[in-house]
Ligand binder design. Structure first.
Ligand SMILES: [Ca+2]
Length: 372
């Protein structure tokens, strides 16, 4: 009886562990409960995440959508750092939540972050905003928030989940930002669409558009070779991976490999099943897998996928491992992890960490040594 009680207690405290196979690799999975970071309202949404140099995981979400937390594996208890979305800038809907966190600079006392979210304005329309957030790590509080970016036009509440709002750090003063189409009915009008469906390079005082014609780019990674890569949700199917080049239009909503929309949808794509006249994606999934964040794996420790890409998915409950060479995906494997993967990053020791819509933090350790 006592023995069973001890086992139960241990199971309650320790994360569940399981193994996954990726080709010859075994991934040992640990699962931690971070359900307090889920955003409520409609479907629950897992938090945005970013990993600090000391392994501290920053998480953004929570029941009110705008809370920042820190979490450490050796004492896995969530610490609330503050709230970045005023309650008047959202409704109780899980789509109104922090979309990403980027760490610009950090030391033991302070950190400078960028935090993005879809903001509901006083005139009840939605825009994508990015704030520079100064964090006091000693007192575990937010010190100051300054706006760096606000998208135009402001769009009536529709597909808020198309905010995208993913960030990728370039250096301590700038980052790339994805802005989705927000379900804007006039997205096919190049003048009216403004900033929507674009990738930007942003800093405190400058905003530069890099590319356009995107729908909902929920993943972005700047890899070691210098290439910038995004993942994107298509309409019914036509999910894409793109290598981003300056000045290029990636075609939405004029062309897509997805299926035709029907009359009830917010926009009817020009041509389906083709990318004619526009930049081709390097990978397409039809039917849709609902891709989320992208990361680049370390140079060692992941077999043929070392230095390759990993992407989360919502619909397939998976991590997609991709071998990337000469700007192409030469091999990929979809590995079911059992949960909707919302965000991804690498821990300092090369393990993969993922947040899920079900309120878990998953940590994946490869059977190969990262330092070997
Ligand atoms: Ca992230």
């Amino acid at each position: 009886m006592i023995f069973l009680l001890i086992i139960t207690l241990l199971l309650g405290v320790n994360p569940a562990a399981a193994n996954l196979r990726v080709d010859d690799l075994t991934l040992e999975v640990k699962k931690y409960d971070i359900s307090a970071t889920q955003t409520q309202g409609g479907n629950t949404r897992g938090p945005a995440l970013a990993v600090m140099k000391d392994g501290t995981v920053l998480l953004g979400g929570g029941s009110r959508g705008g809370s920042l937390y820190s979490w450490r594996e050796n004492s896995p208890k969530l610490k609330l750092l503050g709230n970045v979305i005023p309650s008047k800038e959202r409704i109780s809907d899980s789509r109104f939540a922090i979309t990403d966190i980027a760490i610009l600079s950090q030391n033991a006392e302070r950190a400078r972050l960028l935090v993005s979210y879809p903001r509901l304005t006083s005139s009840r329309c939605v825009e994508v905003v990015v704030y520079h957030v100064a964090l006091d790590r000693v007192r575990s509080t937010i010190m100051k928030q300054t706006q760096w970016f606000r998208s135009k036009p402001c769009v009536p509440i529709a597909a808020v989940q198309h905010a995208a709002g993913r960030l990728e750090v370039i250096n301590s003063n700038s980052a790339y930002l994805t802005v989705g189409d927000l379900g804007f009915a006039q997205i096919g009008d190049r003048k009216a669409r403004g900033d929507l469906g674009s990738v930007f390079k942003i800093s405190k005082s400058q905003v530069e558009r890099i590319s356009s014609g995107h729908r909902n780019q929920q993943g972005i990674v700047l890899i070691k070779s210098g290439e910038l890569i995004t993942s994107e949700h298509g309409p019914r199917g036509g999910d894409e991976i793109n290598v981003i080049k300056k000045g290029v239009d990636y075609g939405w909503p004029f062309v897509t490999y997805g299926e035709p929309y029907s009359q009830g949808d917010y926009v009817i794509p020009g041509k389906t099943g083709t990318h004619e006249g526009f930049q081709e994606p390097i990978q397409v999934w039809t039917p849709s897998i609902a891709p989320t964040e992208l990361i680049q794996l370390p140079a060692k420790g992941y077999g043929r996928y070392s230095s390759g890409l990993v992407m989360g998915t919502l619909r397939e409950n998976s991590l997609v491992f991709m071998e990337f060479s000469n700007s192409k995906i030469v091999r990929s494997q979809i590995v079911n992890v059992g949960y909707r993967v919302r965000d991804l990053d690498l821990l300092p020791d090369g393990r993969i960490v993922a947040s899920t819509d079900e309120g878990n933090l998953l940590v994946f350790k490869s059977s190969e040594s990262v330092n070997g």
